[in-house]
Design a protein. Structure first.
Lengths: 305, 242
């Protein structure tokens, strides 16, 4: 792995060296390094297009890193990663993809992640997407995340796309079982003429299932974002979604809430707000010595934390 | 230290401030007067949040009339808003750290306004905080910023009676420990009486500007200034383990 690739790895997975625990580092379509542990087993799929990750029942306080790096201009791939989390686990999974494209060809990573989370397990999932490069070739990422939460389980997802992706279509689909909870915090920042669309489709199927979705977007320059949050309450359940966006310059944001209740005991709430940075926020930070540009930067950093 | 020369502010066909001329050197100056007399406008003009229609502002011998807010902040001014601003995602810890420049004494300033640091440092400055909590954080932020001139726009507004005593003490302490000067808009006798001087604004003009005791007497307010030997900010305040 060269210096550029190491830097991208740091950007998407905050790794300076090989992580502790299970990991699989994918670099330009090939597995660069892999480690399974006694409790977390990583295997290549038979079709060669991804990995299966098996987490044994009762695995606690362990982590699994599966970052993806693309530094070869024109590299395009679709990768399928499937996670089988046993019962009574408590694990952290760090995914993410970084594309550096200094060439003239488009690079693209479409990652399809499927999670089967066993009873009473807890999964913390962190996913960062990042792009850079001075070439004319574009950088595309289309992540799909499918989540199945069994009884009493919790998935806490923290997903973000902070910079450098020309176009993305992000899909998250989840079915929530009895007493299970999905927490999803999604952040997108677009600038220049980038476009991003996100769909979060949640089915609260089990009794006492819950979801709390927070989507935050910042669209700068001439960029455009389109966010759909779609929650179905099919049992006694509670669902909350908050879709907050900041537009700057000529940015465009479309936020579409959709709630569907098929059970009289389903309680669903959706809040959505779009606006520019409040002038009073900038004024306040300027009274603390920041310039207008520094104040805007602080406000966006906080908003997308 | 601060001189206002012929400050006028005209908006919506009204003269909000009419030819204000003031020389302010005292350590603790309170601005009071009826609603609509132009108090907040005057304070915001000093900080640069509002641009006066005419007139000049001299701070430490320098004409700062055309300087933006942040340049005035960097010359030693700070400002606590009457209605604190909310921020999604920015935590109490972040704002205190920006204010202070380096995060060394954040806890002290929170304790001084009656908030336990361990309960508040990591909270976001958003709608989950009550109006009173936001107000205290606003005061702590201005106190953390410190500097040559701290401006407070009605700090008592939104603070419950139970906490009011504590707030008075915060300002007594600030007066005693700060090297800088304080200007504060207030309607509260307890705050007015700890001031060195009072500016009484009426209909956009300086109606009176004199020693606190004299003005309070003229306004038929009780003055019992004998409160000396206050505690250092933070030594008193909230009791907690944070």
């Amino acid at each position: 792995m060269d210096d550029l690739e190491k830097r991208i790895l740091k950007e998407v997975a905050e790794l300076d060296s090989l992580p502790v625990g299970a990991f699989n580092i994918r670099n330009n379509g090939a597995s660069e390094a892999r480690n399974s542990t006694a409790n977390i087993d990583i295997e290549s799929r038979e079709d060669g297009q991804g990995i299966n990750i098996y987490v044994k029942d009762g695995t606690k306080n362990e982590s699994c890193h599966i970052p993806v790096i693309i530094s070869k201009s024109g590299h395009k791939e679709t990768v399928y990663n499937e996670f089988f989390i046993g019962e009574d686990c408590d694990v952290t999974i760090v995914a993410g993809c970084g594309i550096s494209n200094c060439g003239g060809h488009d690079s693209q990573h479409d990652g399809v992640h499927s999670f089967h989370v066993g009873k009473n397990s807890r999964v913390k999932y962190i996913e960062k997407h990042y792009g850079e490069g001075t070439g004319t070739g574009k950088r595309f990422m289309n992540p799909t995340t499918e989540v199945e939460l069994l009884e009493g389980s919790t998935m806490d997802m923290d997903t973000s796309q902070i910079a450098g992706i020309n176009d993305t279509h992000r899909v998250t689909k989840a079915t929530i079982g009895p007493g299970a909870t999905l927490l999803l915090h999604d952040k997108i920042l677009t600038n220049l003429d980038q476009t991003a669309s996100a769909e979060m489709i949640i089915s609260l199927d089990g009794e006492d299932s819950k979801c709390d979705i927070v989507s935050r977007g910042v669209a700068k320059d001439d960029s455009m974002q389109d966010v759909i949050i779609d929650i179905s309450g099919n049992n006694k359940c509670s669902g909350h979604a908050e879709c907050d966006s900041i537009i700057m310059d000529h940015g465009v944001i479309v936020a579409t809430p959709k709630l569907k209740a098929t059970n009289v005991d389903a309680s669903l709430i959706h809040e959505a707000a779009i606006g520019k940075i409040a002038g009073e926020q900038i004024t306040k930070l300027m009274t603390l010595g920041l310039t207008e540009q520094q104040a805007e930067q602080k406000i966006i950093e906080g908003f997308l934390r | 230290m601060l001189e206002l020369q012929n400050i006028c502010f005209h908006a919506d066909d009204k003269d909000i401030l009419k030819n204000i001329n003031l020389k302010i050197d005292d350590k603790f100056v309170a601005i009071t007067g009826p609603n609509g007399s132009g108090k907040s406008t005057l304070l915001k003009i000093i900080m640069g949040i509002i641009t006066p229609t005419s007139g000049r502002i001299i701070f430490d011998g320098e004409d700062i009339t055309d300087l933006p807010i942040n340049e005035r902040a960097n010359r030693g001014m700070s400002f606590a808003f009457q209605t604190p601003v909310r921020f999604k995602g920015i935590r109490v810890r972040d704002i205190l750290s920006i204010a202070e420049g380096k995060p060394v004494k954040m806890g002290t300033f929170l304790r001084a306004v009656g908030l336990c640091p361990k309960d508040y440092l990591d909270r976001e400055i958003n709608d989950t905080l009550s109006g009173g909590e936001l107000k205290r954080i606003e005061i702590a932020t201005a106190a953390a910023r410190g500097g040559k001139l701290s401006l407070f726009d009605e700090p008592e507004a939104g603070i419950d009676l139970w906490s009011f005593q504590n707030l008075i003490q915060v300002f007594e302490n600030l007066r005693d420990v700060t090297n800088g000067n304080i200007m504060i808009i207030s309607h509260q006798e307890r705050i007015l009486e700890i001031a060195d001087k009072i500016i009484y604004l009426k209909d956009g003009e300086v109606d009176r500007y004199d020693d606190s005791a004299k003005i309070m007497e003229e306004l038929n307010m009780t003055h019992h200034r004998n409160r000396k030997g206050c505690l250092i900010a933070g030594a008193e305040g909230v009791h907690c383990n944070g």
